[in-house]
Write a protein that binds this ligand. Sequence first.
Ligand code: AMP
Length: 259
Amino acid sequence: MNVVETIEETRRALEQSRQGSIGLVPTMGSLHEGHLALLRAARAENATVVMSLFVNPAQFGDASDLAKYPRNEKHDLQLAREAGVDLVFAPSADEMYPPGFQTWVEVTELGEILEGRFRPGHFRGVATVVLKLLNVVRPTCVYFGQKDAQQVAVIRQLVADLAVEVELRVVPTVRDDDGLALSSRNARLTADERTAALALPRALATRDRDTALADLASSNGLEVDYVEVADFDPPVLAGAVRVGSTRLIDNVPLEGDTE
Ligand code: AMP
C-alpha cells in the first residue's frame, strides 16, 4: 500500500491505473466497521482502491469540535492495508487549502436544511473538499455511507449540477449489536452516555416522526436537535441529538430494503 501526502504524488501514483476502474473512499480517519464496509465495496468493484484520510477543517464550524475529533493514523493505515487499499491520500490542511484558497462549492438548498441549520457552512466544507478529492483522484466510483444521508444527497446534487464524471455508490449503515450506528464520535461517549444515545436508533426505528419525537422527549440524558422526514433518495427519517458534549446523527430509510 502506497501512502502519499501531496496532490502531485497522488496523480503520479495513479497514472498507471487509469485503464482500469478506480474506487475512491473519502474518510476522516478513526476507521471503524462502517468505513471498512465502504472499503470492501470499493475493493469488490474496482481494480484500484484509493482511500483519502483528511480531517477537513472547512466542515467543522466549531474549533473545539475539530480539535477533539479522534485521530489514529497509524491504526487507520493498518486497517486500510488489511482491507486491500492500494493508495492512501493523506494530505495536510495546507495541501488542500493552500494560502490564498478562495473557491467554495455551495449546494444551496440541500445544504441548508436539517444538519445545515445546526451546522452552518458544514456542507459547503464537505462539497468543496469532495469535489477537490474527485478532481485529484478522478475515480470511476466514489463511496459514501447511508449513515450520512444528507451528505449523500448533497454530493448527488453536486455531481449532477456540475456534471462530475463519477458514479456514486451508497453503502448501508453499519450498526453495533445494540443498534447504535458506528461513528468515530462514539469513542467519546462514556458508558452512561452510550446508554442514553441508544434512544436515537430506537426512536428512528419507529419510522414515524411524531412517535420518535415523543420517545426521545421521554428519554433521559439527551437533547434533540431535530427529527425530520427528509425527501432524499430514498426518503429517510433523520435525527440528530446531543449527548453530553457529543453530537450524533442517524437515519432510517423509509423505502426500499437498505438500512
Ligand atoms: P467520516 O470518516 O465520518 O467522514 O466517514 C467517511 C465515510 O464513511 C462517509 O461516507 C460516511 O457516511 C461513512 N460512514 C461513517 N459511519 C458509517 C456507518 N456506521 N455505516 C456506513 N458508513 C459509514
